[in-house]
Design a protein around this ligand. Structure first.
Ligand code: ADP
Ligand code: MG
Length: 344
């Protein structure tokens, strides 16, 4: 019996990161959703962390790809291989398929075809069962929001490819809005800016580092500071280092922040006034890697006059929530997910 119990997984299959929660053990895997493929032979050369280390450093024959885009599976074969690799890693060997079952998170409002594709990544290989759960629901459960009560909770999940905003009440999603932009779009903006302003070509990993260092503090709280950035001069092609003022980057984030504020407003307008009232009073929970942007909560609070707070484990709450669903940690959850998830 214990064997089947400990093969129950909650899986957050994100555009940037894959997290796996195992019943009885908690978060057991945290790796980038990345694969390095040999273009000539089609063979997979590396997964996750190893593939991440290769970004911008591969020979021509190897390509590093994200098999998920905008939160949905863009390459089914690659996603299945990646997940299989990760679950084997967690269990320490092959032979996991027959007894494993999983709840896999999918973005809010995706089609049934997308949901089925996510389920099939497990079932295709012979797993006992798989179901999907929409990310905001999993995040709310994982973060311990009052999920089943008749009060409105709002949460914002800023991932790599998308930002999902949702208002929940009584165990369901009342309104949601998905912005097709997240952390990766900010990195792209930084790459473009460095090209245009300094004629400097930088890689995406450097752009991500710059973003994390710069943060999103409100103007008056911004610390002045510079960051040494290395790249290639676009004119002569030679390596060059510049001292970048972090203020410039924080300003670059403004477009994203204002877009986010608009999206929050639209979502609040669409929801019943009682629930909007709850949100104004109780605040908005932020999760996802993008929510870690230093000072973002403070900045949004100043711009909207709504309290914002960070989930306790912003990058883990989706996987934890999906794990709680499959692990049936309480009877209420048990009933709920059997009805709603359509476990197969
Ligand atoms: P997904 O659910 O799409 O896989 P994640 O929730 O894992 O995405 O978040 C990934 C995004 O979070 C990336 O764009 C990454 O750059 C960003 N991120 C991670 N840590 C930080 C940080 N400390 N500050 C700002 N952004 C961060
Ligand atoms: Mg996510």
């Amino acid at each position: 019996m214990w064997r089947s119990l400990d093969k129950q997984f909650g899986i957050d299959l994100g555009t940037c990161n894959t997290l796996i929660y195992q019943k009885g053990r908690g978060i057991v895997l945290r790796e980038p959703s990345l694969i390095a493929v040999n273009k000539e032979t089609g063979q997979i050369e590396a997964y996750g962390e190893q593939a991440y280390a290769m970004i911008g450093r591969t020979p021509r024959s190897i390509e590093v790809i994200y098999p998920l885009q905008g939160g949905v599976i863009a390459n089914y074969h690659m996603t299945t291989s990646m997940l299989q690799h990760y679950i084997r890693k967690v269990l320490g060997g092959p032979g996991w398929f027959q007894r494993a079952s999983a709840v896999i998170s999918v973005p809010c409002g995706v089609t049934n075809v997308n949901k089925r594709a996510a389920q099939q990544t497990m079932i295709h290989k012979g797993a006992k069962g798989a179901a999907t759960v929409e990310e905001p629901l999993a995040a709310a459960l994982g973060a311990g929001l009052p999920f089943y009560e008749p009060v409105g909770s709002m949460l914002i999940d800023i991932g790599g490819g998308t930002t999902q905003i949702a208002i929940l009440s009584l165990g369901g999603i009342v309104t949601s809005y998905t912005l097709p932009r997240g952390g990766l779009a900010i990195d792209e903006t930084i790459v473009e800016y460095m090209k245009k302003t300094y004629n400097l070509a930088i890689g995406f990993r450097t752009a991500e580092d710059i973003k994390i260092r710069a943060g999103a503090l409100p103007d008056k709280d911004r610390q002045s500071g510079t960051l040494e950035v290395r790249g290639n001069d676009q004119v002569d092609g030679l390596p060059r280092t510049i001292n970048l003022d972090l203020h410039e980057i924080t300003k670059l984030l403004d477009d994203f922040i204002f877009e986010l504020i608009d999206a929050i407003r639209v979502t609040l307008e669409k929801c019943p006034p009682e629930l909007a009232g709850d949100v104004m009073e109780r605040g908005i929970m932020m999760c996802g890697g993008g929510a870690l942007l230093a000072g973002l909560d403070k900045r949004l609070q100043e711009e909207t006059s709504i309290p914002f707070f960070l989930a306790e484990q912003p990058m883990e709450c989706v996987a934890i929530g999906a794990g709680r669903l499959i692990a049936n940690e309480n009877a209420q959850v048990n009933r709920w997910w059997k009805e709603k998830l359509g476990f197969q």
